[in-house]
Design a protein around this ligand. Structure first.
Ligand code: CO
Length: 499
């Protein structure tokens, strides 16, 4: 390893220590912090963010990168490392300090205004803030890459290498089959959700979550489970990856599947280890949001909602539920948790309709940034999209264009990652099934370790060694193709709904 690489690693590790300290404070804020501590906590976090920023823009990093970029004898891992450090360094240094401050302030006010506007169902109160966040993101994109289309620059922040065009191509195929599958499902007798209304105490739900984490081989000595308003996963260090869930007393599947989802994220983080020399650096970070989401969704939906998984685990669930679960049987439970029904709220959507919620947002964002949609017309445009794609109509903006926090924070370009995650996950799964043909039988016998080992060896271990596009080709032999998700959905839902 070159001495410049070694020095870069040293600087990078310091930066990541500061980021992890901030993550501990953030985790505490969402889980245990008493409400009145918020002001002091905000100051603590702001101080750390400033410190992290200083470390990230250290000119020495730029000098080391320039020196390394002229060498032609870098190892493959050094090359990959220089690429990811360069990407992050440019992102941090291309934005003027004054812009960063202006943006942070506007985003925080916008988010607070959005929360209030959502409560009051008052889009008008939020409109000017949304316009401001769009405008600030145009400027952000221009600083980062003045030659590219602004929306392309934003998409690339979350899914490196993607563009509006590349995502539109994938989504147009996905849209066609999702609409078709949904139509077939709607023509069949609908499934009744037999979990709804069962009263399961938070204590019991916590035991169920713990059981599932164990069944997935989440290592409890390298993480924890706690409760927060919105479930999340946070990495506080290579051996400290925590998850949260929330307990809804009359709908226990909510905590069960969000625990499995977050465990999927955590298993990925826990498995990253491209090269011991690069531990604690950017090379040992997740490759993209979409690949992250592929891991959580693969565990939650492909494994966690499968008949095979519950063949082995239903009796334990049943025992934990006690008398309250007497009315549930294996087949009824699996059917209930795979029920498909078009709804208004993205976060509550099933596997089939979820992609349509994301496509709606992607198309609206595209229109906002190419100028064909003005911010003031968003509520009406939202309604039209939902009517066309899902056949549902929101009674108000709270359940319409005000439902998600993302735009209020300026996170345009983030939504596609969620749906791309389903596509990556299904393509990984198809390859896993080819390489381990009896995988479903193994899962039915309680052997989820075979799934984890395969994901570890093929996906997790690499961290950011490859770009997402390179990774999917390396693992599956093909570029991202939405057909694998289509095959998975058709096979599963024709069985469940009988079409
Ligand atoms: Co997730």
């Amino acid at each position: 390893m070159h001495k410049e690489t070694a020095r870069l690693i040293e600087l990078d590790r310091e930066h990541s220590l500061v980021v992890h300290i901030g993550a501990i404070l953030g985790w505490d804020q969402e889980t245990y912090m008493p409400p009145k501590a918020i002001e002091e906590r905000a100051s603590q976090l702001a101080l750390l963010e400033g410190l992290a920023h200083q470390k990230a823009v250290n000119p020495e990093i730029g000098e080391l990168l320039s020196a390394l970029e002229t060498k032609n004898d870098l190892s493959d891992d050094e090359k990959a490392y220089v690429r990811v450090v360069r990407r992050d360094y440019d992102r941090e240094t291309k934005l003027p300090e004054s812009f960063v401050t202006e943006y942070a302030k506007a985003a925080s006010i916008s988010q607070a205004t959005w929360a209030e506007a959502k409560r009051n169902n008052d889009f008008k109160a939020f409109e000017s803030h949304l316009a401001r966040m769009v405008e600030l993101n145009r400027r952000r994109a221009a600083y980062l890459n003045p030659k590219a289309k602004p929306y392309d620059v934003l998409l690339d922040l979350y899914e490196p290498g993607s563009t509006q065009e590349s995502i539109a191509a994938v989504f147009s195929k996905m849209k066609a089959y999702l609409v078709d599958i949904l139509g077939k499902i709607r023509s069949r007798p609908q499934i009744e959700d037999r979990c709804e209304g069962l009263r399961v105490s938070p204590k019991t739900q916590e035991l169920i979550s713990g059981y599932c984490m164990k069944a997935l081989h989440y290592e409890r000595d390298r993480g924890r489970l706690d409760v927060s308003a919105h479930p999340f996963t946070t990495t506080l260090g290579a051996d400290d990856v925590r998850i949260t869930t929330r307990y809804i007393e009359d709908y226990f599947p909510s905590s069960l599947f969000s625990t499995i989802h977050e465990s999927g994220h955590a298993l990925y983080e826990m498995g990253i280890d491209p090269n011991p020399e690069f531990r604690g650096t950017k090379l040992a970070e997740a490759v993209s949001m979409a690949v992250h989401e592929s891991q959580s969704r693969l565990w939650e939906n492909i494994v966690g909602r499968s008949h095979a998984f519950w063949e082995r685990n239903f009796s334990a669930l049943s025992a934990l539920l006690g008398e309250e679960g007497d009315s549930l049987d294996l087949a009824g439970f699996v059917k209930s948790v795979n029920r498909v029904s078009p709804s208004l709220i993205r976060t509550e959507a099933d596997e089939v309709t979820y992609g349509l919620h994301v496509i709606a947002r992607f198309e609206l964002e595209s229109a906002l940034f190419d100028g064909s949609l003005s911010v003031g017309d968003m509520p009406a445009a939202w309604q039209t999209k939902y009517r066309d794609l899902l056949g549902v109509e929101a009674p108000d903006d709270r359940q319409g264009c005000l439902q998600d926090v993302h735009w209020s924070m300026g996170a345009f370009g983030y939504f596609p990652s969620y749906a791309l995650g389903n596509l990556y996950g299904a393509q990984f799964w198809a390859t896993l099934k080819k390489e381990v043909p009896d995988i479903e039988a193994r899962v039915a016998e309680g052997d989820t370790l075979s799934v984890l080992k395969w994901l570890r060896a093929n996906v997790h271990v690499h961290g950011s060694r490859y770009t997402p596009g390179e990774l999917i080709e390396k693992v599956t032999g093909k570029p991202l193709d939405p057909v694998w998700f289509e095959r998975y959905l058709r096979e599963k839902y024709s069985r469940i709904y009988g079409f």
